[in-house]
Design a protein around this ligand. Structure first.
Ligand SMILES: [Zn+2]
Length: 215
């Protein structure tokens, strides 16, 4: 799937996940927040960070393809990965998800510590730095971590809808996809792709309008 499709698919999936699991807390649509401008700003900022990290996560697996949007930015790093691992291998698997997850968790925690030292404790807490009285620096999960991994997971899921499928269980090379019969799937980057992604967006928007999902 192409980069814009991945971002849109990821954001649509993130709306569903946030509605189900309340990852970012309060909803902007309920009207309960408008009375307190300070809280409103905090929630908007948190949601911006959440959806931004989802979008970034949704682009990251294609770092194994030097010609992709993120691959072109990453330059030689991406070329190296493509040469060593190959496109749609490690980075499009559960193992890759776990590996990248560990890196992102560590990066988020380091960033959280910086904010903590600078005195921005609420921000540090959102980044996974647990601040108990007397004891500092337990490690929580953090919104950026959840959002990034969610985006990453939704990328692999979206690629599973394409003809090529995805080796979820790499280093086992068997590729999985949905529908299981690959002839029912569309080709990555084909003219069908925007219609599939657009259809999913329409469903999500309709569910928001009818109050079944929220942002
Ligand atoms: Zn991909």
């Amino acid at each position: 799937m192409e980069a814009p499709s991945h971002v849109v698919f990821g954001l649509a999936g993130a709306v569903v996940a946030d509605s189900l699991f309340h990852i970012t807390g309060a909803s902007l649509l309920g009207g309960s927040l408008t009375s307190d401008p300070r809280q409103f700003t905090d929630v908007v900022l948190l949601k911006a960070v959440f959806y931004g990290a989802v979008a970034l996560g949704a682009l990251t697996p294609d770092i194994d393809n030097a010609r992709s949007t993120i691959g072109q930015r990453a330059g030689f790093v991406s070329k190296g990965i493509q040469k060593l691992a190959g496109h749609r291998t490690l980075f499009h698997s559960l193992l890759g998800l776990a590996m990248v997850g560990a890196i992102v968790w560590a990066a988020q925690y380091a960033l959280g510590l910086v904010f903590y030292r600078l005195g921005y404790v609420p921000v540090a807490e959102k980044l996974g730095v647990g601040v108990a009285p007397g004891v500092v620096l337990a490690s929580g999960v953090g919104v950026v971590f959840i959002a990034f991994l969610l985006g990453y997971f939704l990328h692999i899921l979206a690629d599973s809808l394409t003809y090529g499928g995805v080796p979820w269980l790499w280093p086992n090379h068997t590729r999985f996809g949905f529908p299981p019969n690959r002839n029912w799937r569309f080709h990555s980057g084909s003219r069908v792709e925007p219609f599939v992604v657009g259809g999913i967006v329409l469903v999500v928007v309709a569910l928001i309008v009818f109050g079944k999902l929220t942002i």
